[in-house]
Design a protein around this ligand. Structure first.
Ligand SMILES: Cc1cc2nc3c(=O)[nH]c(=O)nc-3n(C[C@H](O)[C@H](O)[C@H](O)COP(=O)(O)OP(=O)(O)OC[C@H]3O[C@@H](n4cnc5c(N)ncnc54)[C@H](O)[C@@H]3O)c2cc1C
Length: 395
C-alpha cells in the first residue's frame, strides 16, 4: 500500500494516522480536514473552555512538532466532496483529486438544528467561543435538549451566573439511554441548583426573542443553545456506492468496502461483543476505532474485530458520571453499590441475559472498572448481579 487517505482530522482521523505510522506504514499519508485548525479535543468545549477555565491552546491534540513527525500530506481547511470507488480517488473542495490505495473515513457528526435563525450549537471551537462570549451573569439562556451536551452546557452557564432554562421533549431526560430512575437522579441536579428544567416540552422554532412552543408560547431568551443530537457527516459520500444509513455501515473490522474503513462518530459497525451494529459518539471510542481501522487496513491478514466496551464520561456541576457498555435498549437496571438518592451509586444494566452496561456517579473509578470487566467477559446477569448484590448486602 503506497497511498492512504484519511478524511476527518480530529480524534479518530488523527489516531488512525498515528497508528499507520507507528505500525510502519511509510507511504504517502494524506489527512484531510475541513476545519482550518489542527486536530483539537472536543469534550472540553462544553466544560473547561466554556467555563473560561481553559483557553483554546490547551485543546490541541498534538503539538506542531508531533504533527510534523508524522510526515503528513496535511490538507486542512478543505472538505472532501466526493469519493470515486472505481478510480479510488477522493475529490476535494479545492478541485484536487487525491488517489488512494486505502481510505479511512472519520468525518464525525454535526449538530441537528431547529427551524429559525440565531441559535447556538456546540460542536466546534468557534461554536464554544461564540457561546462563551455571550454568557454573563443574569443573561437568559435557553438550552433545548437535556442530553449530556445540553446538561453540561447548562451546568457551566449556571455556574457563570446565567439564568438557565433547560427544555426537554422527553418526560425524563436521558431515560432512553440510562433508564427512568437514573435519568431522574441526573435531572434533579439541575433542579437543585435552580435551573428551570421543563420536561415534555417540544420546541418548534427559534426566534429572535427565544424559542416558540407548539401552543404558540414564547420562552424568552437572550441566547438559545440547541443541543438536540447530531447527524453523521456522510453527504460527501452520497452516490459513491458506499453503504450509508445513519453513518457509514461497516463490518466488525470497521471495513465498509474493500480497503475503505470508517472510524469514530461517523462509523456504524457491527460490535461482536454485543452482537449489534452501533454508532458511538464517545471520545475514547473515536481514538480506539481510529487505531483499529488503521491496523486492519494495513494488515488485513492479521485483522481483528473491533469489539470494545464503549466508555463515556460527563461532568455536570460537581457530579461526575462514568459509563461503560451499551446501555441503549436495556431490559433492566439494578443499583449494585451506593444510593441513588445520595447521587453516589453504581447502576448496572441488563440486556437479554447479559450484563450490558454500568453507570457510576460520584464513585471511585475502581467501583465501576470491575463492571467493565464483567461486560467485556459477557457476564451472565443472573449469576453476576445477584452475587454482587448479596456481597454488598453482607458488608
Ligand atoms: C461539546 C462536546 C462535548 C463532548 N463531551 C464528551 C465527553 O464528555 N465524553 C465523551 O466521551 N465524548 C464527548 N464528546 C464526543 C467526542 O468529542 C466525539 O466522540 C469525538 O470528537 C469524535 O471524534 P471523531 O474524530 O470521530 O469526529 P469529530 O470530532 O466530529 O471530527 C470529524 C472531523 O471531520 C471533519 N469533516 C466533516 N466532514 C468533512 C469532509 N467532508 N471533509 C473533511 N473533513 C470533514 C469535521 O469538521 C471534524 O473536524 C463531546 C463532543 C462535543 C462536541
Amino acid at each position: 500500500m503506497k497511498r492512504i487517505v484519511v478524511v476527518g482530522a480530529s480524534a479518530a482521523g488523527l489516531a488512525a494516522a498515528e497508528t499507520l505510522r507507528r505500525e510502519g506504514y511509510d507511504g504517502i499519508l494524506t489527512l484531510v480536514g475541513d476545519e482550518a485548525l489542527p486536530p483539537y479535543d472536543r469534550p472540553p468545549l462544553s466544560k473547561q473552555l466554556l467555563a473560561a477555565e481553559w483557553e483554546s491552546d490547551r485543546l490541541a491534540l498534538r503539538t506542531s512538532a508531533d504533527l510534523a513527525a508524522l510526515d503528513l500530506d496535511l490538507r486542512l481547511g478543505v472538505a472532501a466532496t466526493g469519493l470515486e470507488l472505481t478510480d479510488r480517488t477522493v475529490a476535494l473542495a479545492d478541485g484536487c483529486e487525491v488517489p488512494y490505495d486505502g481510505l479511512i473515513v472519520a468525518t464525525g457528526v454535526r449538530p441537528r438544528r431547529l427551524p429559525g435563525e440565531g441559535a447556538h450549537v456546540l460542536r466546534t471551537l468557534d461554536d464554544a467561543l461564540r457561546l462563551r462570549d455571550r454568557l454573563a451573569p443574569g443573561r437568559r439562556l435557553v438550552v433545548v435538549g437535556a442530553g449530556f451536551l445540553g446538561a453540561e452546557a447548562a451546568a457551566v452557564a449556571w455556574r457563570l451566573g446565567a439564568r438557565v432554562t433547560l427544555l426537554e421533549p422527553a418526560p425524563v431526560p436521558l431515560a432512553h439511554a440510562v433508564g427512568t430512575e437514573v435519568g431522574e437522579v441526573l435531572t434533579r441536579v439541575h433542579l437543585d441548583r435552580g435551573v428551570d428544567l421543563r420536561c415534555g416540552v417540544t420546541v418548534t422554532e427559534v426566534t429572535e426573542d427565544g424559542v416558540r412552543l407548539p401552543d404558540g408560547e414564547l420562552v424568552e431568551a437572550d441566547e438559545v443553545l440547541v443541543a438536540v443530537g447530531s447527524l453523521p457527516n456522510t453527504e460527501w459520500l452520497d452516490g459513491s456506492g458506499l453503504p450509508l444509513g445513519d453513518g457509514v455501515l461497516c463490518d466488525e473490522y470497521c471495513e465498509t468496502t474493500r480497503n475503505v474503513y470508517a472510524a469514530g462518530d461517523v462509523a456504524r459497525w457491527y460490535n461482536p461483543l454485543f452482537g449489534v451494529a452501533m454508532r458511538i459518539e464517545h471520545r475514547t471510542n473515536a481514538a480506539e476505532q481510529g487505531m483499529a481501522a488503521a491496523r486492519n487496513l494495513l494488515r488485513p491478514e492479521a485483522r481483528r474485530p473491533f469489539a470494545p466496551v464503549p466508555y463515556f464520561w460527563s461532568d455536570q456541576y460537581d457530579m461526575k458520571i462514568q459509563a461503560y457498555g451499551f446501555l441503549r435498549g436495556h431490559d433492566e437496571v439494578a443499583v449494585v453499590d451506593g444510593d441513588l438518592a445520595e447521587r453516589r451509586f453504581v447502576a448496572v444494566y441488563r440486556t437479554g441475559d447479559r450484563v450490558s452496561g454500568a453507570l457510576a456517579v460520584g464513585m471511585p473509578p475502581k467501583a465501576i472498572r470491575l463492571w467493565r470487566q464483567a461486560i467485556a467477559a459477557g457476564a451472565v446477569w443472573h449469576e453476576t448481579v445477584r452475587a454482587e448484590a448479596s456481597v454488598s448486602e453482607a458488608s
